[in-house]
Design a protein around this ligand. Sequence first.
Ligand code: SAH
Length: 302
Amino acid sequence: MQAASRTVVALLLSTIMSVTDETLPQQPDVQEGIEYWNNQPANYDGVLGGFGTGSLPRVDALGSRRFLQYMMPELCTVPSAVRPLEPRAIDRRIRAVDVGAGVGRVTSDVLLHLVHDVVLVEPVESFIGEAFRRGSASASENPLPDGQPTRWKGIKEKTKSVTFIRGTLQTFDPSNPGKGTHIVGRVGYVSPEDDLDSKFDVIWCQWCLGHLNDQDLGAFFRRCRKALRDPENSIIMVKENLCTDMEDGGPKTIFDESDSSLTRSDMAWKKAFTDAGLELLDERLQRGFPEGLYDVKMYALR
Ligand code: SAH
């Protein structure tokens, strides 16, 4: 290319970029996000920004289990205030997917208590490696690795299963989990036939959707909706941090340089749900977290 036309191209580019800078917040970069998580320890403290050893994991898991049981009372295994007197009969295995799953915290502390089969999706090698190690250790007779508080429910008994998949949400399609991803392994219950692409009753997304820009988020939500097993009863759960809305009550999004992610306000989430054609069924603020953190909300959608 001629030097002069190269200058013209550079000028044009800088004009386009400055216009874009003014109109759009900086956008998440997939690789930079993964790079950030690559440098965090593969344990609860690592995935929870240093809050892994206090009360937060327990408070979080209990809040999640309560809201999921409230939305799907038929999943209650013991008598409780939300369990219907005549629960809807469950005549098949209940399936959930845990996306951006880190070391498998939500899988082990929330989902395995309530469902039969979980597909765990995570892009960072050390995290999914640790999740697989914890799941595999739960299946064996050997002592558990250091720091692992409990065995994962139903894995040793082979009544429940977890399938581990390495991949990003930008490419993951819950209707076809094996496509464009790497299946690391499976522990626990073995299905007589291949059950991987049989859709989901629960799709759980926690503290990872900020790594998707609005366009990728919309596309991901649409794929999730198509992958719901029962359009009348299955749900998508989103549990994420919230920044405050704009002063006029409008949606707001903040870019976080440290991990190349977006923090969305309540209205920004609701706009994303509407744009993707999702119905907001109910929402809950998570209570009981240490002061100084962002508000955290759970949204139930389909
Ligand atoms: N949901 C888990 C982990 C939260 S930490 C929990 O609540 O314990 C955020 C997670 O998002 C990390 O595991 C990180 O690796 C994952 N993540 C980052 N970028 C991602 C992407 N593009 N697709 C899917 N997951 C991503």
